[in-house]
Design a protein around this ligand. Sequence first.
Ligand SMILES: Cc1ncc(COP(=O)(O)O)c(C=O)c1O
Length: 360
Amino acid sequence: MPERIYNFSPGPATLPYEVLVQAAKDIVNYQDRGIGLIEMSHRSKDFIAITDEAEELLRELLNIPANYKVLFLQGGASTQFAMIPMNLLGPGKSAAYLNTGVWAKKAIKEAKLFGRIDVPYSSEATIYNRVPTPAEYEVEAEAEYLYLVSNNTIYGTQFPSFPDKDKMLVCDMSSDILSRPLDVSRFGLIFAGAQKNMGPAGACVVIIRNDLLDRTPENVPTMFRYKTHADNGSMFNTPPCFAIHVIGLVLKWLKKLGGLNAIEKLNREKAALLYQAIDASDFYRGHAEVASRSCMNITFNLPTPELESQFIKEATKLGLDGLKGHRSVGGCRASIYNAFPREGVVKLTEFMREFERRQG
Ligand SMILES: Cc1ncc(COP(=O)(O)O)c(C=O)c1O
């Protein structure tokens, strides 16, 4: 393996090195067929097998019930902000949205184009430093669904468990899908952009319960109807072929590693190392409330913006890259998705201690 930097980027993000090597080889010559993966027809037997295998692996790892479809769509996670209400709402219908960050707020804005949207909880006033417990909000009876973002990438908050409300859940899992075991049957729809825990940018995975496919109002255009993609095995038009292939490779890697129980344990250990470093010091201050802390994105501040800039600059020189916080909150953010190596986390905690000794 060549020398690699530790990439703390929030997405696109670190992928397993063995997946990168395999994907690079496949781009040039897929399984010695004399044709590159990204030159192959999406209707070819080989590519259909690639898609089928990626779907099967996802079904196996997430234990997806048979009455759900798995779709590989384009347009990023952001297109889902509109597609969800477009398909699941209609005149006179409403939904409830938890406003736990900018990605939730953007979804709320789009949903308001299609129905009445109730926001029973918001942590905007405290710069989205927490997610609610179910006791902190009520979902109105007429809401078609309760929408939430399981992991708030920018702020480093994550729902420790999913709301036990008597309401169909719709969830943006872009930044924590496949990071922990999940009971899919509690959700009507789950979606996630691939570029954090699953592969490169370009594909958005949608898991949707079959009965929802027939709810779409008549006037929704063909490409924006979930049923179009479900009826055509994600091949109504040309799908994001390369992204789907790499998702398949990542899922194979994850299965080999032991699946979701194994990765959850590793993720918890990695995050604990960083939170211990933060909690052991008065120099570093975590942004998220302790009960809302994310295992994927660890956000923290130093005493001044100047020290934060210097910290990030020095870290980058040591090969600890991508630690700058999102422009809307500042500070630092270490994104440590599934494929991020533990050694990189250890190296960051060592640097944090050393920096504090010098500057604290
Ligand atoms: C939780 C969450 N949802 C949605 C998005 C938007 O994803 P995309 O850029 O694929 O539209 C992001 C991007 O970082 C995200 O973190």
